[in-house]
Design a protein around this ligand. Structure first.
Ligand code: HPA
Ligand code: ZN
Length: 324
């Protein structure tokens, strides 16, 4: 089965590029940029990755991102993830980035986006990997700040396919960002949002009805509303589920408690994704392997999950036909 998973050509729709920063590169960049990090060894870093919930992870994730300064740093970060795509047989990836966690530190928007874009162009040329970029707003910040970031992004519109919403979910509902998502829609951006990772189903309803999103990131709390489950099934709204992340952030106690198989069996459009693989013990294949080892997943289930992600991607219908 491991070989079967490895060999399947896959897509990834929920990957934070900053969450692919491996400890080794964090050290290298800290040294290169003369930045102090609170760790002496790679093992120290790995020991710190012991999370109790989403916030405990985000604190460490934002601190880690402080080593990213130059365009070359963002290139190296993205290129290292591309090498993992090659290893994992990921043929198409839609990556999130968090511009505000960099612009807030005085790094220019263009430094971030151009480093990422260059690496993705090289990935297409060298490995044929296709990709898209989704810009996320940090929901713990204000809508005003999101609007400012949106305006800044317009100069790079051609590189950004959509906008998303991430960071601390509870207490920062989608309704806080109605205006900026409305603007993004008017400008033709695709819309996604993290919803129902930790917070209740009202966040998913708001994301759908107030932000008009096309995909829900995580969404595993949907199971708590049969009304919502029916709607998600009927409308086939994609849920980009991240099993390793859910276990590491204690959304579920262990893999056998994860509800992805129930969501799939109910007829929802769910896919498997790695979220922040450098922090959550593994890339895409490892997520599939963990599910397969702990849930009653057959080959058909795995194929369905992979097809769902290709189908729910923002690639053109022509490319979809080629891939599926
Ligand atoms: N949830 C919210 N914000 C995030 C995540 C996540 O899983 N990963 C990176 N930022
Ligand atoms: Zn995420």
């Amino acid at each position: 089965m491991k070989e079967f998973i490895q060999k399947l050509p896959k897509a990834e729709l929920h990957l934070h590029i900053e969450g692919s920063l491996e400890p080794e590169l964090m050290f290298e960049l800290a040294k290169r940029n003369n930045i102090k990090i609170p760790y002496k060894t790679i093992q120290d870093i790995k020991n710190a990755y012991n999370f109790t919930n989403l916030q405990s992870f985000l604190d460490i994730y934002y601190a880690g991102a402080n080593v990213l300064i130059t365009k070359q740093d963002f290139y190296d970060l993205t290129w290292n993830y591309i090498l993992k795509c090659v290893e994992n047989n990921i043929i198409h990836t839609e990556i999130f980035f968090d511009p505000q966690s960099h612009t807030q530190r005085g790094i220019e928007f263009k430094t971030v986006i151009l480093g990422i874009v260059e690496a993705l162009n090289d990935a297409k040329e060298k490995y044929g990997i296709t990709s898209a970029i989704v810009m996320c707003f940090l929901r713990h910040l204000s809508q005003e700040e999101a609007l400012k970031t949106f305006d800044e992004a317009l100069a790079f519109k051609d590189y950004i396919i959509g906008v998303g919403l991430d960071s601390s979910e509870i207490g920062n509902p989608p309704s806080k960002f109605e205006q900026v998502f409305k603007k993004a829609k008017e400008q033709g951006f695709k819309l996604v949002a993290h919803a129902g990772e930790e917070a209740d189903v009202s966040y998913i309803f708001e994301a759908l009805d107030l932000l008009n999103i096309q995909r829900i990131d995580h969404g595993v709390q949907s199971i708590k509303s049969s009304f919502l489950m029916e709607r998600l099934k009927k409308e086939q709204i994609p849920l980009t589920v991240c099993p390793n992340s859910n276990i590491e952030l204690k959304v579920f106690e262990n893999y056998s408690q994860h509800n992805i198989k129930e969501l799939l069996d109910y007829g929802l459009n769910v896919s498997v994704n790695s979220d922040d693989p450098a922090y959550f013990k593994g890339y895409l294949n490892q997520n599939f392997i963990n599910l397969w080892e702990n849930l009653d997943l057959g080959k058909e289930d795995i194929i369905k999950l992979v097809k769902n992600s290709l189908n729910s991607s923002f690639i053109s219908d022509d490319l979809k036909k080629e891939y599926i």
